[in-house]
Design a binder for this molecule. Structure first.
Ligand SMILES: *[C@@H]1O[C@H](CO)[C@@H](O)[C@H](O)[C@H]1NC(C)=O
Length: 141
């Protein structure tokens, strides 16, 4: 007994995805606006959801021109530190100079929410709720 056409198709698709033919997307955070103070990235993340496992997020920003434009990308360890903007256990992913050119690429390669924030402007970037968002990777199939 063979598998039905539908089941075979499904199996093929699954195999293709496992072989990464089913490609991960590359998404520029903030679209043409890039990563800067003034855009609501929570809104942006909602509009660009769902995110999938292995998708790549690209953070693009200019090197600092003044104290308030010192942008960075931190990965916060959990929801609580994300909400309270507590950077004490945060991991610096990209410093203020790493957003130039093609930008800084972060792959969603962990099966958990990825909490991102900029720690600049004397804490305002995160505390004002603008330069922070989280992405929850979903399985692609
Ligand atoms: C950003 O957008 C979210 C979702 O629409 C909203 O809940 C939040 O209040 C906004 N934040 C700011 C600082 O405007």
């Amino acid at each position: 007994m063979g598998l039905s056409f539908g089941a075979k198709g499904c199996l093929l698709l699954l195999t293709a995805c496992l072989l990464a033919v089913c490609e991960a997307r590359t998404i520029v955070v903030g679209g043409s606006e890039g990563w800067h103070y003034g855009l609501n990235y929570t809104d942006w993340a909602i509009q660009n959801s769902p995110f999938y496992f292995k998708d790549k997020l690209v953070f693009k920003y200019n090197p600092p021109r003044s104290a308030s434009t010192v942008y960075s990308v931190y990965l916060l360890p959990n929801l609580y530190s994300y909400i309270t903007c507590d950077f004490s256990d945060a991991k610096l992913l990209a410093d203020p100079k790493q957003g130039g050119g093609r930008g800084f690429v972060v792959e969603l390669n962990q099966w958990r929410p990825h909490y991102f924030a900029s720690n600049g402007g004397n804490g305002r970037h995160c505390n004002d709720g603008l330069m922070k968002f989280f992405a929850v990777p979903w399985p692609r199939v």
